[in-house]
Every structure is written in structure tokens, then in C-alpha cells.
Ligand binder design. Sequence first.
Ligand SMILES: *Cc1c(COP(=O)(O)O)cnc(C)c1O
Length: 385
Amino acid sequence: MTKKLRFNSSTIHGGQEEEKGYGAVMPPIYQTSTYAQKSPGKHRGYEYGRTHNPTRSALERSISALENGKYGLAFASGLAAMDAIIKMFDPNDEIISVNDLYGGSFRLFTQIFKKYGIKIHFVNMQDSESVEALITKKTKLIWVETPTNPMMNVVDIKAISAIGNAHKIVVAVDNTFASPYLQQPLELGASIVMHSATKYLAGHSDTVLGLVAVNDAALFEKLAFIQNSSGAVPGPMDCFLTLRGIKTLHIRMQRHSENGSVIAKFLKDNSKIEKVYWPGFSDHPNHDIAKIQMKSFGGMISFVPKGGDKAEAFKIIENLKIFTLAESLGGVESLAGHPASMTHASIPKEIREKSGVVEGLIRLSVGIEDEQDLIEDLDQAINLI
Ligand SMILES: *Cc1c(COP(=O)(O)O)cnc(C)c1O
């Protein structure tokens, strides 16, 4: 397909090729570890399953199409993708990272890469200038997450990318919360976009997978070398499930955002709720930037009930009937979580609370059920406190 497709067609056809065997409409699950060669080195582009797999290639072309990149790479998980990105750098290199980030990403930086001599500076990136102040000759990577998990802080991707590009520093954006439907970091000047496809991209809570898209050939070569050398690749079945999920990304995200908007407003108007974090509110910090860089505001919401401690939060989440209490996000079903004891438990309490992840904070991943059922569910649980 040569014509450049609009996003809502790209989810279905982006980067896809006609299947050569039988004209299968969906790429087959090539469940194979190796490929026949006619003579040593003479093969049809595929030699060994860690290096390449046709189902994986179809997914890698899909993510590059969705993010308007030239190249895509798939990994065994979101963190495996991040791990590969950081492995491009050397001991004594420095990384500047957003301070309010996914707990697993924080753990990877501080408990794995720090001991290999990579220095990480955490900073509140809501103010882009605070990044500039930390740049030294050794800075090699700026790590952005926006909206952040779970505080929904909005980082100006265009401004940070301009700073990174001016200093020849790689800017990588974890685009998991927004998905390429809501926001496309490469278009805003970032060099790398990374996803936990486990969440919105696959969208059905049935697989764990990571994706990366880039425009620069040299960056792609480095990452592909690490992908093959370190070997954290996804299996073909997981690639297939992610591809299938991506085909409905646009309609799911549209509904996640519509439901998210209704629920955020319901919570904000509720007298038993102290604080609601959702980038769509005009008084949310950097709302003006969110309005520019995001198509709409998504279905991720955090809130703190009045009284604001663990007891109230637990009472609400334990009594929700449609929202399932679980880790993760981005699936068709609504989930509720308690960041302080679940996703963010690996971040020390003082650091956690400084960024707003207090004991009373509840995070919702609003699904695509009927909005009225979701509101009634929240209402009955909140009324118990
Ligand atoms: C889940 C998540 C990750 C990690 O992805 P896995 O697929 O679980 O390895 C990274 N960043 C964000 C924002 C996430 O939500």
C-alpha cells in the first residue's frame, strides 16, 4: 500500500502486506524458531526466530505506521523495550528522566542501570526549563512520560524535544498512556517513542509486549542490534494478539476518552471527592499543552477521596463491582488500582508522596463499558465512605 493512510485506516492497514501463501487477511502466527535455507546463507529474509519472525515484522511495520516513524521494533514487554533503549548508552553517561514515572521504569533505572554506572537525574518536567539546567556534556538521553502515571502530569514533548535536539541528546517518550491515537511524539520532534503495548495498543488485557518506533536509521540499527543480541523478543502469538488489538485502537480510544470525560466530571462534582487528576480539566497543570499535543484526554483518571487516607481508598476499591481491582490499564474493561501499594510500591514512600502518590490516591483505567453503569458503580462505592 503506497498511499499514506489517515490514522483510523492505518490502525487496520498501516504497514500491512498481502499474505503470500493463501491470501490470509490476517498475518498468520508463524510459530517457528527457524527457516529453511536453499544453500548456506540463501534464505527468504528469515533465518532464526530471535532475529526475525514474519508475524513480528507485520507488527513492527504497524507501529511504525501508527507513530509516523520509519522503523518499528517489538520486544517481550514494555520494560524490555526500555531496557534495550538504555543499553545504547555507556557507563558514565547521564540520563535526565521525568520524576513521576511508571514504578517499573523507575526500578529499571535505579536498581539495574545505576549499578552499571549510568547516572540518572529525576526532574519535574512540567517546567521544560528545569531539564535544560541539568544538561551536561555527559547527558545522552532525556526520558519523558506524558501523561505521567499516575498523576497525569503533562510534559511538553515539543519543548523537551527542541531542547534535546539542540544539544544532540536522544529524547525518548513513553507513549503508553496516550497511545498513538491521542499523541504522536515523533511528529513533535522526539527521536524514540516507546510503548507498553500490553496496555492500550493490544487493549484486551491478554498479552504483555513492548514496541518502539524511530525515524533515524542509525538509532534503528543500534536498537535492532540490541534486540537481537539481548534477545528480549516477543513470541509470534503475542505479536498476533497485539496486531489484532491495534485494528480497533481508534474506536476504543475514542470511547475510552468519552467515558473518561464523563467520569472525571462526575468525580469532580462529587462532594466526597477531594481531588481529581485528569488532563482534560482546564485547571489541570499544563492543560493548554495537553490540548495542543493530545487529540483528546483519554480514560486514565486518578482521584483522592475526602479524608484522603488508605482506609477510604481501600473501602472504595474493595467495593467496586464493575471496575476490577487489578494492576495494568488500557484494556476494554474498567480497572481500579491503588498506586501506593501496587504499581508504585517499588518507589520509596518519601519520593512517592512528593510526586503526589499519597495513600489515598486511586487510579482508574476507564474501560469502554456503558458510562452509566460505571458511574453507578463508582457512586455506590463512594457512598460507603
Ligand atoms: C506498564 C507500563 C510500562 C511497562 O510495560 P510492561 O509491558 O509491563 O513491561 C512502562 N511504562 C508505562 C507508562 C506503563 O504503564
